[in-house]
Design a protein around this ligand. Structure first.
Ligand code: HEM
Length: 153
């Protein structure tokens, strides 16, 4: 319950327009793993990551990502209601060539998790605390484990 409050408050404190924060997250993601850029069919329309991120198609994906996180935050009390949606989302990402390793956490954070935390840290500043980080990690792992089932077959 305390976790939920931390997540809701911090997400709200990012402001109404989440797209700039999504850009921070994906800038970090492509920095950590530039090869991910090539999974977007429209990446041929631009050259390097910073340039691509300002193209309309990439902004659209970033907007979708922020929308999904927003949905997860709004459904913290019943995340399982997003189960089918997330499974399908996982399946779509498998279809475009994304590997589960980009999402799932084993010993260390993977690129997507790391980029999300990086964005929160840079957007929240001092409000980014250890309990807050842990709360987000918990939600992240629930979302990801649902998505990961979309890779099952
Ligand atoms: C669609 C790649 C992470 C949400 C797509 C598409 C690609 C893609 C290539 C299809 C083209 C498009 O719609 O732009 C990736 C890569 C990721 C990543 C490489 C990181 C490794 C995420 C995350 C979320 C997300 C973290 C949200 C939690 C979506 C949504 C769609 C989408 C909602 C649209 C699916 C549909 O058409 O129904 N992604 N994505 N993506 N992605 Fe991602």
């Amino acid at each position: 319950e305390k976790d939920k409050g931390l997540i809701r408050d911090s997400w709200e404190s990012l402001g109404k327009n989440k797209v700039p924060h999504g850009i921070v997250m994906f800038t970090r993601l492509f920095e950590l793993d530039p090869a991910l850029l090539t999974l977007f069919s429209y990446s041929t329309n631009c050259g390097v990551a910073p340039e691509c991120l300002s193209s309309p198609q990439f902004l659209e994906h970033v907007t979708k990502v922020m929308f999904v996180i927003d949905a997860a935050v709004s459904h913290l009390d019943d995340l399982h209601s997003l189960e089918d949606f997330l499974l399908n989302l996982g399946r779509k990402h498998q279809a475009v060539g994304v590997k589960t390793q980009s999402f799932t956490m084993t010993m260390r954070l993977t690129v997507v998790g790391e980029s999300l935390l990086y964005m929160l840290q840079s957007s929240l500043g001092p409000a980014y605390t250890t309990p807050l980080r842990q709360a987000w990690l918990n939600m992240y792992s629930i979302v990801v484990s649902a998505m990961t089932r979309g890779w099952a077959k």
